[in-house]
Structures are given as structure tokens and as C-alpha cells.
Design a protein around this ligand. Structure first.
Ligand SMILES: Cc1cc2nc3c(=O)[nH]c(=O)nc-3n(C[C@H](O)[C@H](O)[C@H](O)COP(=O)(O)O)c2cc1C
Length: 201
């Protein structure tokens, strides 16, 4: 008998089995990947952080959906100093740089890709576009999410739509960096609310 993944999940549900098999979301039967870039070091208003704000949200999304995680790690790390990082980020934005990252992930087996990043000068860091331009998103769904200091998503969801025209862009969401960093219960609640809106939990 040919058992497709969807049928397997149905069978597993009927049999009352755990639905984390193959990291398929229990709510949708779709396979989820959470890709993100996040920086540690000196952050405006937050001091020296050892875990990035976006990383905290990315991990919550992966935990709650059963998704896999891929961190975009720059070949040349961004400076820990906030002022130095601003210089690099604004130069990269002005030149539309495409900084390389370490390793890669095969996205072909995933249905939904969460794409997370901090807002830098009203946009995603250029390295996120290196990732997006380097993959074929045909037939995939992308959920943009960001952490920020006040800008919200800015127009990053539209930028992602333009960068990945063959993907379907789902409702994105933005969480204040200070909430991600300092208020774990609020951060978890906001993630839950957004995953529920997407019918993913
Ligand atoms: C270079 C740089 C530029 C930033 N530009 C903005 C901005 O335009 N709007 C905003 O709301 N926050 C801005 N921020 C704040 C970050 O978006 C915010 O602290 C975010 O949560 C950091 O996430 P991370 O820890 O995952 O890197 C900027 C931070 C840096 C380092």
C-alpha cells in the first residue's frame, strides 16, 4: 500500500500517535522550516545581549510548530559594537551587498518557510536577501517575521514578495526586540497569537 505523508499523518492521528513525526505540523500536515538571521552583542536600548531577539522568537516558532531551524550565520560576523554594526549595515544597504553565509539548507522538502530577521534601517539585513535569492521558493509559502525597535515589519513583507515572486507570502508579524529579550511570557503569547491566526497551532 502506498502511504503518502498526508495519509500517514491521518493514520497517525486516528491511531492517536504523536504528530511530531517527520517534523510535520500537527495543525496543517505541512513541513515547516524557520530560517532566521539574528545578531548578538551591543543592541540599542538593551545593552549586551548574548542571544539575539530574533533567535528567541525563531526558537519559539520552531518549538510550537515542530519546525526545523536554520540560522543564517554570516561568513564575516557583524560587529558586536552597535555603532560599528550600523556603519556596516548602512553600507551594505546602500550598495545592495549580498554577504555570504555559512552552510546551507535544502528547502525543497518544506511547505512553509518562516523567514525572520531584525529590522535594520527599515529593511531586513542584506544577508537575508542573499538567502532568499539563493533558493527556489516556487510553490512555497513564506511567513515573514521580524523583531524591531519600533518600525514593525516596515515594508519587508513587500520586499520579500518582490524577491520571491513565485512564493505565496502569508501574513507576517513583528515583535518588539525588548519584549523578545526581556518578557518571555509576553513573547510566547504574541507568537501563539500569530501562529493561531495562521492556523498553524
Ligand atoms: C544596524 C541596526 C539598525 C537598526 N535599524 C532599526 C530600524 O530601522 N527600525 C527599528 O525599529 N529597529 C532598528 N534596529 C533595532 C533592531 O531591529 C532590534 O533591536 C532587533 O530586535 C534586533 O534583533 P536581533 O537581536 O535578532 O539582531 C536596528 C538595529 C541595528 C543593529
Amino acid at each position: 500500500m502506498d502511504i503518502t505523508r498526508r495519509n500517514f499523518v491521518k493514520l497517525a492521528t486516528t491511531a492517536g500517535l504523536m504528530l511530531t513525526f517527520g517534523k510535520v505540523s500537527a495543525a496543517t500536515n505541512e513541513k515547516i522550516l524557520v530560517v532566521y538571521y539574528s545578531r548578538t552583542g551591543e543592541e540599542y536600548g538593551l545593552g549586551n545581549i548574548t542571544k539575539g531577539n530574533t533567535a528567541i522568537i525563531a526558537e519559539l516558532i520552531a518549538q510550537k510548530t515542530g519546525g526545523d531551524l536554520f540560522e543564517i550565520k554570516p561568513v564575516t560576523p557583524y560587529p558586536d559594537s552597535y555603532e560599528e554594526c550600523k556603519k556596516v549595515a548602512s553600507r551594505e544597504k546602500a550598495t545592495k551587498a549580498r554577504p555570504p553565509f555559512i552552510g546551507n539548507v535544502d528547502i525543497s522538502g518544506y511547505d512553509i518557510i518562516f523567514c525572520g530577521y531584525p529590522i535594520w534601517y527599515g529593511d531586513a539585513p542584506q544577508i537575508v536577501y542573499t538567502f532568499l535569492e539563493g533558493h527556489d521558493f516556487s510553490g512555497k509559502k513564506i511567513v515573514p517575521f521580524c523583531t524591531h525597535g519600533g518600525s514593525g515589519l516596515s515594508s519587508t513583507d513587500q520586499n520579500i514578495m518582490l524577491t520571491c515572486p513565485t512564493a505565496k507570502i502569508l501574513q507576517g508579524f513583528a515583535i518588539q526586540g525588548s519584549i523578545a529579550q526581556n518578557n518571555p511570557s509576553k513573547a510566547a503569547e504574541l507568537v501563539d497569537n500569530n501562529l493561531k491566526k495562521l492556523a498553524l497551532i
